[in-house]
Design a protein around this ligand. Structure first.
Ligand SMILES: Nc1ncnc2c1ncn2[C@@H]1O[C@H](COP(=O)(O)OP(=O)(O)OP(=O)(O)O)[C@@H](O)[C@H]1O
Ligand SMILES: Nc1ncnc2c1ncn2[C@@H]1O[C@H](COP(=O)(O)OP(=O)(O)OP(=O)(O)O)[C@@H](O)[C@H]1O
Lengths: 230, 230
Protein backbone atom coordinates (compact mmCIF):
# COMPACT_ATOMS: atom_id res chain seq x y z
CA UNK A 1 0.00 0.00 0.00
CA UNK A 2 1.66 3.18 -1.12
CA UNK A 3 1.69 6.33 0.93
CA UNK A 4 2.01 9.85 -0.38
CA UNK A 5 2.28 13.33 1.05
CA UNK A 6 0.58 16.17 -0.84
CA UNK A 7 1.38 19.72 0.20
CA UNK A 8 -0.92 22.42 -1.18
CA UNK A 9 -4.55 21.74 -1.99
CA UNK A 10 -5.30 23.99 -4.96
CA UNK A 11 -6.69 22.36 -8.12
CA UNK A 12 -3.47 20.51 -8.82
CA UNK A 13 -2.94 19.24 -5.27
CA UNK A 14 -6.59 18.21 -4.91
CA UNK A 15 -6.50 16.41 -8.21
CA UNK A 16 -3.35 14.45 -7.29
CA UNK A 17 -4.73 13.61 -3.82
CA UNK A 18 -8.09 12.40 -5.09
CA UNK A 19 -6.66 10.34 -7.95
CA UNK A 20 -4.12 8.65 -5.65
CA UNK A 21 -6.89 7.88 -3.15
CA UNK A 22 -9.17 6.58 -5.92
CA UNK A 23 -6.34 4.22 -6.86
CA UNK A 24 -6.19 2.90 -3.28
CA UNK A 25 -3.14 4.74 -1.97
CA UNK A 26 -2.84 6.43 1.38
CA UNK A 27 -2.65 10.20 1.16
CA UNK A 28 -1.63 12.72 3.81
CA UNK A 29 -2.91 16.08 2.53
CA UNK A 30 -1.59 19.36 3.89
CA UNK A 31 -2.57 22.98 3.42
CA UNK A 32 -1.92 26.18 5.35
CA UNK A 33 -5.56 27.23 4.94
CA UNK A 34 -8.52 25.68 6.71
CA UNK A 35 -11.05 25.43 3.88
CA UNK A 36 -9.11 23.15 1.51
CA UNK A 37 -8.26 20.88 4.44
CA UNK A 38 -11.90 20.70 5.55
CA UNK A 39 -13.07 20.08 1.99
CA UNK A 40 -10.78 17.11 1.46
CA UNK A 41 -10.57 15.46 4.90
CA UNK A 42 -13.32 12.92 4.30
CA UNK A 43 -11.66 11.70 1.12
CA UNK A 44 -8.03 11.18 2.10
CA UNK A 45 -6.28 9.22 4.83
CA UNK A 46 -5.33 12.31 6.82
CA UNK A 47 -5.76 16.03 6.20
CA UNK A 48 -3.69 18.50 8.25
CA UNK A 49 -3.79 22.27 8.37
CA UNK A 50 -0.24 23.49 8.79
CA UNK A 51 2.50 25.59 7.20
CA UNK A 52 4.79 23.17 5.40
CA UNK A 53 7.73 25.59 5.56
CA UNK A 54 7.82 24.76 9.28
CA UNK A 55 10.21 21.83 9.29
CA UNK A 56 9.52 20.67 12.83
CA UNK A 57 5.77 20.46 12.12
CA UNK A 58 6.57 18.47 9.01
CA UNK A 59 8.87 16.19 10.97
CA UNK A 60 6.15 15.65 13.58
CA UNK A 61 3.99 14.02 10.91
CA UNK A 62 6.37 11.03 10.79
CA UNK A 63 6.62 10.94 7.06
CA UNK A 64 9.67 8.65 6.82
CA UNK A 65 7.63 6.02 5.07
CA UNK A 66 6.06 8.03 2.28
CA UNK A 67 6.89 6.78 -1.20
CA UNK A 68 6.85 10.32 -2.54
CA UNK A 69 5.84 13.88 -1.74
CA UNK A 70 4.07 16.21 -4.11
CA UNK A 71 4.58 19.92 -3.55
CA UNK A 72 1.53 21.58 -5.09
CA UNK A 73 2.06 25.16 -3.94
CA UNK A 74 1.30 27.44 -6.85
CA UNK A 75 1.94 31.14 -6.61
CA UNK A 76 4.29 31.34 -3.65
CA UNK A 77 7.63 30.42 -5.21
CA UNK A 78 9.71 30.87 -2.08
CA UNK A 79 7.44 28.64 -0.03
CA UNK A 80 7.56 25.88 -2.64
CA UNK A 81 11.37 26.11 -2.69
CA UNK A 82 11.58 26.04 1.11
CA UNK A 83 9.19 23.10 1.39
CA UNK A 84 11.24 21.21 -1.21
CA UNK A 85 14.39 21.80 0.81
CA UNK A 86 12.61 20.64 3.99
CA UNK A 87 11.45 17.44 2.32
CA UNK A 88 14.97 16.83 1.03
CA UNK A 89 16.35 17.19 4.55
CA UNK A 90 13.70 14.80 5.86
CA UNK A 91 15.00 12.31 3.27
CA UNK A 92 11.76 11.90 1.34
CA UNK A 93 12.80 9.58 -1.53
CA UNK A 94 10.89 11.13 -4.43
CA UNK A 95 9.92 14.80 -4.50
CA UNK A 96 7.64 16.02 -7.27
CA UNK A 97 7.14 19.77 -7.41
CA UNK A 98 4.69 21.84 -9.37
CA UNK A 99 6.39 24.90 -10.83
CA UNK A 100 4.63 27.88 -12.36
CA UNK A 101 7.43 28.91 -14.74
CA UNK A 102 10.55 27.29 -16.22
CA UNK A 103 12.78 29.57 -14.12
CA UNK A 104 10.95 28.50 -10.96
CA UNK A 105 11.35 24.90 -12.15
CA UNK A 106 15.10 25.11 -12.57
CA UNK A 107 15.50 26.55 -9.07
CA UNK A 108 13.42 23.68 -7.70
CA UNK A 109 15.53 21.14 -9.49
CA UNK A 110 18.67 22.72 -8.06
CA UNK A 111 17.34 22.41 -4.51
CA UNK A 112 16.44 18.78 -4.89
CA UNK A 113 13.14 18.26 -6.72
CA UNK A 114 13.27 14.87 -8.46
CA UNK A 115 10.64 15.94 -10.95
CA UNK A 116 9.24 19.33 -11.87
CA UNK A 117 5.82 19.65 -13.49
CA UNK A 118 4.43 22.77 -15.15
CA UNK A 119 0.75 21.94 -15.85
CA UNK A 120 0.03 25.00 -17.99
CA UNK A 121 2.96 24.29 -20.32
CA UNK A 122 2.22 20.58 -20.69
CA UNK A 123 -1.47 21.17 -21.32
CA UNK A 124 -0.80 24.20 -23.55
CA UNK A 125 1.31 22.09 -25.92
CA UNK A 126 -1.28 19.33 -25.91
CA UNK A 127 -4.10 21.75 -26.76
CA UNK A 128 -2.03 23.26 -29.58
CA UNK A 129 -1.42 19.82 -31.07
CA UNK A 130 -5.12 18.89 -30.78
CA UNK A 131 -6.06 22.06 -32.67
CA UNK A 132 -3.73 21.35 -35.55
CA UNK A 133 -5.28 18.09 -36.49
CA UNK A 134 -8.83 18.63 -37.69
CA UNK A 135 -9.38 15.43 -39.64
CA UNK A 136 -7.75 13.87 -36.68
CA UNK A 137 -10.28 13.93 -33.84
CA UNK A 138 -7.73 13.72 -31.08
CA UNK A 139 -3.99 13.38 -30.86
CA UNK A 140 -1.42 12.65 -28.18
CA UNK A 141 2.33 12.88 -28.40
CA UNK A 142 3.78 9.55 -27.26
CA UNK A 143 7.55 9.49 -27.72
CA UNK A 144 10.14 10.76 -30.21
CA UNK A 145 8.03 11.66 -33.25
CA UNK A 146 5.36 9.03 -32.71
CA UNK A 147 1.81 10.07 -31.97
CA UNK A 148 -1.44 8.39 -31.02
CA UNK A 149 -4.31 9.67 -33.13
CA UNK A 150 -8.05 9.06 -33.36
CA UNK A 151 -9.20 9.43 -36.95
CA UNK A 152 -12.51 9.33 -38.73
CA UNK A 153 -12.66 6.57 -41.30
CA UNK A 154 -14.08 6.81 -44.79
CA UNK A 155 -15.65 4.32 -47.16
CA UNK A 156 -12.20 3.17 -48.35
CA UNK A 157 -11.96 1.21 -45.11
CA UNK A 158 -15.56 0.26 -44.35
CA UNK A 159 -16.45 -3.42 -44.38
CA UNK A 160 -12.87 -4.52 -44.73
CA UNK A 161 -11.01 -6.44 -42.07
CA UNK A 162 -7.98 -4.89 -40.44
CA UNK A 163 -5.85 -7.47 -42.22
CA UNK A 164 -7.26 -6.36 -45.57
CA UNK A 165 -6.67 -2.69 -44.76
CA UNK A 166 -2.92 -3.32 -44.45
CA UNK A 167 -2.26 -0.40 -42.13
CA UNK A 168 1.17 -1.67 -41.21
CA UNK A 169 2.48 -2.47 -44.64
CA UNK A 170 0.87 0.47 -46.48
CA UNK A 171 1.29 3.17 -43.87
CA UNK A 172 3.70 1.86 -41.26
CA UNK A 173 1.15 2.49 -38.53
CA UNK A 174 -0.59 0.18 -36.11
CA UNK A 175 -4.25 0.14 -35.20
CA UNK A 176 -4.71 -0.01 -31.43
CA UNK A 177 -8.42 0.67 -31.10
CA UNK A 178 -11.75 1.06 -32.89
CA UNK A 179 -14.25 3.50 -31.45
CA UNK A 180 -17.77 2.57 -32.39
CA UNK A 181 -21.30 3.69 -31.53
CA UNK A 182 -23.53 0.82 -30.47
CA UNK A 183 -27.29 1.40 -30.76
CA UNK A 184 -29.36 0.62 -27.70
CA UNK A 185 -33.10 0.73 -27.32
CA UNK A 186 -34.38 2.66 -24.30
CA UNK A 187 -37.50 1.63 -22.41
CA UNK A 188 -39.58 4.14 -24.29
CA UNK A 189 -38.55 2.61 -27.59
CA UNK A 190 -36.20 5.38 -28.72
CA UNK A 191 -32.69 4.53 -29.86
CA UNK A 192 -29.58 6.05 -28.36
CA UNK A 193 -25.96 5.36 -29.16
CA UNK A 194 -23.40 4.27 -26.64
CA UNK A 195 -19.79 4.86 -27.67
CA UNK A 196 -17.37 2.09 -26.85
CA UNK A 197 -13.75 1.38 -27.78
CA UNK A 198 -12.59 -2.05 -28.93
CA UNK A 199 -9.01 -2.20 -27.67
CA UNK A 200 -6.24 -4.01 -29.60
CA UNK A 201 -8.70 -5.47 -32.14
CA UNK A 202 -7.74 -8.67 -33.89
CA UNK A 203 -6.79 -8.87 -37.57
CA UNK A 204 -10.22 -10.23 -38.50
CA UNK A 205 -12.13 -7.37 -36.92
CA UNK A 206 -14.01 -5.44 -39.57
CA UNK A 207 -14.11 -1.64 -39.76
CA UNK A 208 -17.68 -0.41 -40.10
CA UNK A 209 -19.24 2.80 -41.34
CA UNK A 210 -18.76 5.67 -38.86
CA UNK A 211 -16.07 3.82 -36.90
CA UNK A 212 -13.21 5.95 -35.65
CA UNK A 213 -9.80 4.29 -35.62
CA UNK A 214 -7.12 4.85 -33.00
CA UNK A 215 -3.65 4.48 -34.48
CA UNK A 216 0.00 4.93 -33.61
CA UNK A 217 2.72 5.98 -35.99
CA UNK A 218 5.11 8.72 -36.93
CA UNK A 219 3.55 12.12 -37.70
CA UNK A 220 4.39 11.90 -41.37
CA UNK A 221 2.85 8.44 -41.73
CA UNK A 222 -0.31 9.51 -39.93
CA UNK A 223 -0.54 12.50 -42.31
CA UNK A 224 -0.31 10.14 -45.28
CA UNK A 225 -3.12 8.02 -43.86
CA UNK A 226 -5.24 11.12 -43.27
CA UNK A 227 -4.74 12.17 -46.89
CA UNK A 228 -5.71 8.66 -48.01
CA UNK A 229 -8.86 8.73 -45.89
CA UNK A 230 -9.93 12.19 -47.05
CA UNK B 1 -2.31 27.65 -43.26
CA UNK B 2 -4.26 27.74 -40.04
CA UNK B 3 -4.88 30.88 -38.05
CA UNK B 4 -5.55 31.06 -34.34
CA UNK B 5 -6.38 33.72 -31.80
CA UNK B 6 -4.92 33.38 -28.31
CA UNK B 7 -6.25 35.65 -25.59
CA UNK B 8 -4.23 35.79 -22.38
CA UNK B 9 -0.48 35.26 -22.34
CA UNK B 10 0.21 33.56 -19.02
CA UNK B 11 2.08 30.25 -19.07
CA UNK B 12 -0.81 28.44 -20.73
CA UNK B 13 -1.47 31.06 -23.40
CA UNK B 14 2.24 31.46 -24.16
CA UNK B 15 2.67 27.72 -24.44
CA UNK B 16 -0.27 27.37 -26.86
CA UNK B 17 0.92 30.35 -28.94
CA UNK B 18 4.50 29.14 -29.23
CA UNK B 19 3.59 25.55 -30.02
CA UNK B 20 1.12 26.61 -32.72
CA UNK B 21 3.75 28.92 -34.22
CA UNK B 22 6.39 26.19 -34.06
CA UNK B 23 4.00 24.01 -36.05
CA UNK B 24 3.72 26.71 -38.74
CA UNK B 25 0.36 28.23 -37.87
CA UNK B 26 -0.44 31.92 -37.75
CA UNK B 27 -1.11 33.21 -34.27
CA UNK B 28 -2.68 36.50 -33.17
CA UNK B 29 -1.76 36.85 -29.49
CA UNK B 30 -3.59 39.24 -27.20
CA UNK B 31 -3.07 40.40 -23.64
CA UNK B 32 -4.29 43.35 -21.59
CA UNK B 33 -0.79 43.88 -20.14
CA UNK B 34 2.19 45.24 -22.03
CA UNK B 35 4.96 42.90 -20.89
CA UNK B 36 3.54 39.58 -22.13
CA UNK B 37 2.75 41.22 -25.49
CA UNK B 38 6.28 42.63 -25.78
CA UNK B 39 7.81 39.30 -24.77
CA UNK B 40 5.99 37.33 -27.45
CA UNK B 41 5.70 39.76 -30.37
CA UNK B 42 8.80 38.55 -32.20
CA UNK B 43 7.59 34.97 -32.12
CA UNK B 44 4.00 35.15 -33.31
CA UNK B 45 2.28 36.61 -36.38
CA UNK B 46 0.77 39.54 -34.48
CA UNK B 47 0.76 40.54 -30.81
CA UNK B 48 -1.77 43.11 -29.60
CA UNK B 49 -2.18 44.76 -26.22
CA UNK B 50 -5.90 45.15 -25.57
CA UNK B 51 -8.73 44.21 -23.27
CA UNK B 52 -10.53 41.31 -24.90
CA UNK B 53 -13.76 42.05 -23.03
CA UNK B 54 -14.06 45.05 -25.33
CA UNK B 55 -16.04 43.56 -28.18
CA UNK B 56 -15.49 46.39 -30.66
CA UNK B 57 -11.71 46.17 -30.22
CA UNK B 58 -11.98 42.45 -30.81
CA UNK B 59 -14.11 43.02 -33.90
CA UNK B 60 -11.56 45.52 -35.23
CA UNK B 61 -9.00 42.72 -35.42
CA UNK B 62 -10.96 41.10 -38.26
CA UNK B 63 -10.86 37.65 -36.82
CA UNK B 64 -13.55 36.11 -39.06
CA UNK B 65 -11.05 33.71 -40.56
CA UNK B 66 -9.53 32.20 -37.44
CA UNK B 67 -9.89 28.46 -37.21
CA UNK B 68 -10.21 28.66 -33.44
CA UNK B 69 -9.75 30.95 -30.46
CA UNK B 70 -8.10 29.97 -27.21
CA UNK B 71 -9.13 31.91 -24.14
CA UNK B 72 -6.21 31.58 -21.74
CA UNK B 73 -7.30 34.00 -19.01
CA UNK B 74 -6.59 32.40 -15.68
CA UNK B 75 -7.74 34.01 -12.47
CA UNK B 76 -10.34 36.46 -13.71
CA UNK B 77 -13.38 34.24 -14.15
CA UNK B 78 -15.77 36.98 -15.25
CA UNK B 79 -13.40 38.24 -17.92
CA UNK B 80 -12.94 34.76 -19.35
CA UNK B 81 -16.75 34.29 -19.45
CA UNK B 82 -17.25 37.68 -21.10
CA UNK B 83 -14.54 37.06 -23.67
CA UNK B 84 -16.08 33.68 -24.50
CA UNK B 85 -19.45 35.34 -25.07
CA UNK B 86 -17.80 37.98 -27.27
CA UNK B 87 -16.10 35.34 -29.39
CA UNK B 88 -19.38 33.46 -29.71
CA UNK B 89 -21.10 36.60 -30.95
CA UNK B 90 -18.28 37.17 -33.43
CA UNK B 91 -19.01 33.66 -34.72
CA UNK B 92 -15.59 32.16 -34.03
CA UNK B 93 -16.07 28.50 -35.03
CA UNK B 94 -14.15 26.75 -32.26
CA UNK B 95 -13.65 28.29 -28.83
CA UNK B 96 -11.33 26.57 -26.36
CA UNK B 97 -11.31 28.02 -22.88
CA UNK B 98 -8.99 27.41 -19.99
CA UNK B 99 -10.96 27.09 -16.75
CA UNK B 100 -9.48 27.14 -13.27
CA UNK B 101 -12.19 25.03 -11.58
CA UNK B 102 -14.91 22.63 -12.70
CA UNK B 103 -17.60 25.16 -11.69
CA UNK B 104 -15.92 27.84 -13.81
CA UNK B 105 -15.73 25.25 -16.62
CA UNK B 106 -19.45 24.46 -16.56
CA UNK B 107 -20.33 28.15 -16.76
CA UNK B 108 -18.02 28.52 -19.74
CA UNK B 109 -19.60 25.57 -21.48
CA UNK B 110 -23.03 27.10 -20.91
CA UNK B 111 -21.99 30.38 -22.55
CA UNK B 112 -20.59 28.67 -25.61
CA UNK B 113 -17.12 27.25 -25.04
CA UNK B 114 -16.63 24.30 -27.39
CA UNK B 115 -13.97 22.81 -25.18
CA UNK B 116 -12.95 23.52 -21.60
CA UNK B 117 -9.48 22.64 -20.35
CA UNK B 118 -8.37 22.58 -16.71
CA UNK B 119 -4.57 22.11 -16.86
CA UNK B 120 -4.08 21.50 -13.14
CA UNK B 121 -6.68 18.72 -13.06
CA UNK B 122 -5.44 16.98 -16.20
CA UNK B 123 -1.81 17.14 -15.09
CA UNK B 124 -2.69 16.24 -11.49
CA UNK B 125 -4.30 12.98 -12.58
CA UNK B 126 -1.38 12.21 -14.86
CA UNK B 127 1.17 12.78 -12.09
CA UNK B 128 -0.85 10.56 -9.72
CA UNK B 129 -0.87 7.75 -12.28
CA UNK B 130 2.88 8.13 -12.92
CA UNK B 131 3.55 7.82 -9.18
CA UNK B 132 1.58 4.62 -8.82
CA UNK B 133 3.65 2.69 -11.25
CA UNK B 134 7.19 2.41 -9.93
CA UNK B 135 8.32 -0.54 -11.98
CA UNK B 136 6.65 1.30 -14.77
CA UNK B 137 8.86 4.25 -15.67
CA UNK B 138 6.12 6.29 -17.26
CA UNK B 139 2.48 5.79 -18.02
CA UNK B 140 -0.19 7.56 -20.04
CA UNK B 141 -3.91 6.91 -20.09
CA UNK B 142 -4.98 6.38 -23.70
CA UNK B 143 -8.63 5.38 -23.93
CA UNK B 144 -11.13 3.27 -21.97
CA UNK B 145 -8.90 1.20 -19.68
CA UNK B 146 -5.94 1.03 -22.04
CA UNK B 147 -2.67 2.64 -21.08
CA UNK B 148 0.68 3.27 -22.70
CA UNK B 149 3.52 2.31 -20.39
CA UNK B 150 7.31 2.40 -20.49
CA UNK B 151 8.74 -0.52 -18.53
CA UNK B 152 12.17 -1.68 -17.55
CA UNK B 153 12.95 -5.10 -18.94
CA UNK B 154 14.65 -7.93 -17.12
CA UNK B 155 16.77 -10.87 -18.21
CA UNK B 156 13.65 -12.89 -19.07
CA UNK B 157 13.39 -10.81 -22.23
CA UNK B 158 17.00 -10.00 -23.07
CA UNK B 159 18.43 -11.37 -26.28
CA UNK B 160 15.09 -12.67 -27.45
CA UNK B 161 13.29 -11.32 -30.49
CA UNK B 162 9.93 -9.66 -30.08
CA UNK B 163 8.38 -12.61 -31.84
CA UNK B 164 9.91 -15.00 -29.29
CA UNK B 165 8.72 -12.84 -26.39
CA UNK B 166 5.10 -13.37 -27.42
CA UNK B 167 3.79 -10.20 -25.84
CA UNK B 168 0.52 -10.38 -27.69
CA UNK B 169 -0.34 -14.00 -27.08
CA UNK B 170 0.99 -14.22 -23.52
CA UNK B 171 -0.05 -10.83 -22.22
CA UNK B 172 -2.48 -9.35 -24.73
CA UNK B 173 -0.32 -6.27 -25.08
CA UNK B 174 1.51 -4.77 -28.01
CA UNK B 175 5.04 -3.44 -28.10
CA UNK B 176 5.16 -0.04 -29.79
CA UNK B 177 8.69 1.07 -28.98
CA UNK B 178 12.08 0.12 -27.56
CA UNK B 179 14.06 2.79 -25.74
CA UNK B 180 17.76 2.07 -25.83
CA UNK B 181 20.97 3.83 -24.85
CA UNK B 182 23.49 3.93 -27.66
CA UNK B 183 27.12 4.48 -26.66
CA UNK B 184 28.98 7.23 -28.48
CA UNK B 185 32.62 8.19 -28.19
CA UNK B 186 33.30 11.88 -27.61
CA UNK B 187 36.34 13.64 -29.04
CA UNK B 188 38.21 13.28 -25.78
CA UNK B 189 37.73 9.50 -25.86
CA UNK B 190 35.11 9.28 -23.12
CA UNK B 191 31.90 7.37 -23.73
CA UNK B 192 28.47 8.89 -23.30
CA UNK B 193 25.10 7.34 -23.91
CA UNK B 194 22.49 8.79 -26.21
CA UNK B 195 18.96 7.55 -25.58
CA UNK B 196 16.90 6.80 -28.64
CA UNK B 197 13.53 5.13 -29.24
CA UNK B 198 12.97 2.53 -31.95
CA UNK B 199 9.35 3.10 -32.95
CA UNK B 200 7.08 0.22 -34.03
CA UNK B 201 9.95 -2.32 -34.02
CA UNK B 202 9.63 -5.34 -36.27
CA UNK B 203 9.06 -8.88 -34.99
CA UNK B 204 12.73 -9.77 -35.50
CA UNK B 205 14.05 -6.90 -33.40
CA UNK B 206 15.87 -8.22 -30.37
CA UNK B 207 15.42 -6.83 -26.86
CA UNK B 208 18.79 -6.11 -25.27
CA UNK B 209 19.97 -5.70 -21.72
CA UNK B 210 18.86 -2.36 -20.23
CA UNK B 211 16.32 -1.73 -22.97
CA UNK B 212 13.08 -0.17 -21.85
CA UNK B 213 9.95 -1.32 -23.68
CA UNK B 214 6.98 0.88 -24.53
CA UNK B 215 3.76 -1.11 -24.55
CA UNK B 216 0.02 -0.67 -24.86
CA UNK B 217 -2.59 -2.79 -23.16
CA UNK B 218 -5.26 -2.88 -20.49
CA UNK B 219 -4.13 -1.94 -16.96
CA UNK B 220 -4.60 -5.49 -15.70
CA UNK B 221 -2.55 -6.99 -18.51
CA UNK B 222 0.25 -4.48 -18.02
CA UNK B 223 0.26 -5.36 -14.30
CA UNK B 224 0.66 -9.04 -15.20
CA UNK B 225 3.60 -8.22 -17.44
CA UNK B 226 5.17 -6.11 -14.69
CA UNK B 227 4.87 -9.03 -12.26
CA UNK B 228 6.45 -11.33 -14.86
CA UNK B 229 9.33 -8.92 -15.42
CA UNK B 230 10.00 -8.37 -11.69
N1 LIG C 1 3.68 27.14 3.09
C1 LIG C 1 2.56 26.50 2.78
N2 LIG C 1 2.19 25.42 3.52
C2 LIG C 1 1.06 24.75 3.22
N3 LIG C 1 0.24 25.06 2.20
C3 LIG C 1 0.56 26.12 1.43
C4 LIG C 1 1.73 26.90 1.69
N4 LIG C 1 1.78 27.88 0.75
C5 LIG C 1 0.70 27.75 -0.03
N5 LIG C 1 -0.04 26.69 0.38
C6 LIG C 1 -1.29 26.23 -0.21
O1 LIG C 1 -1.09 25.74 -1.50
C7 LIG C 1 -2.34 25.79 -2.20
C8 LIG C 1 -2.11 26.06 -3.66
O2 LIG C 1 -1.41 27.24 -3.81
P1 LIG C 1 -1.92 28.44 -4.71
O3 LIG C 1 -3.34 28.70 -4.41
O4 LIG C 1 -0.92 29.50 -4.65
O5 LIG C 1 -1.84 27.83 -6.08
P2 LIG C 1 -2.90 27.74 -7.20
O6 LIG C 1 -2.19 28.25 -8.38
O7 LIG C 1 -4.22 28.29 -6.82
O8 LIG C 1 -3.02 26.20 -7.22
P3 LIG C 1 -3.54 25.35 -8.40
O9 LIG C 1 -2.85 25.89 -9.60
O10 LIG C 1 -3.17 23.98 -8.01
O11 LIG C 1 -5.03 25.57 -8.43
C9 LIG C 1 -3.18 26.86 -1.49
O12 LIG C 1 -4.37 26.25 -1.03
C10 LIG C 1 -2.30 27.33 -0.36
O13 LIG C 1 -2.99 27.54 0.86
N1 LIG D 1 -9.74 40.94 -20.25
C1 LIG D 1 -8.51 40.56 -20.61
N2 LIG D 1 -8.08 40.84 -21.86
C2 LIG D 1 -6.86 40.43 -22.25
N3 LIG D 1 -5.99 39.76 -21.48
C3 LIG D 1 -6.39 39.45 -20.22
C4 LIG D 1 -7.66 39.82 -19.73
N4 LIG D 1 -7.77 39.37 -18.46
C5 LIG D 1 -6.62 38.75 -18.17
N5 LIG D 1 -5.78 38.79 -19.22
C6 LIG D 1 -4.45 38.25 -19.30
O1 LIG D 1 -4.46 36.86 -19.23
C7 LIG D 1 -3.17 36.42 -18.78
C8 LIG D 1 -3.32 35.18 -17.94
O2 LIG D 1 -4.14 35.40 -16.88
P1 LIG D 1 -3.71 35.16 -15.38
O3 LIG D 1 -2.38 35.70 -15.14
O4 LIG D 1 -4.86 35.49 -14.53
O5 LIG D 1 -3.61 33.64 -15.35
P2 LIG D 1 -2.45 32.72 -14.90
O6 LIG D 1 -3.11 31.76 -14.01
O7 LIG D 1 -1.25 33.46 -14.46
O8 LIG D 1 -2.13 32.10 -16.28
P3 LIG D 1 -1.41 30.76 -16.51
O9 LIG D 1 -2.05 29.80 -15.59
O10 LIG D 1 -1.63 30.51 -17.95
O11 LIG D 1 0.03 31.03 -16.17
C9 LIG D 1 -2.55 37.59 -18.04
O12 LIG D 1 -1.32 37.92 -18.67
C10 LIG D 1 -3.59 38.70 -18.15
O13 LIG D 1 -3.02 39.97 -18.41
Amino acid sequence: MKQFLVIGLGQFGQSVSLKLTEESSQVIAIDAKEEPVEAIKDYVTLAVQMDATNQSSLRALNIENVNAAIVAIGDNHEDSVLVTINLRELRVPNIIVRASTPVHGSILRKVGADRVVIPEMLTGEQVAMDLLTEKVLEQKILFSNHILAKLKTSSVFWNKTIRESQFRSSFNIILVGIERDFPEIKDDGTVFYRTSTIGLPGEDEMIKEDDRIIVIGQDADIDRLVVYIS
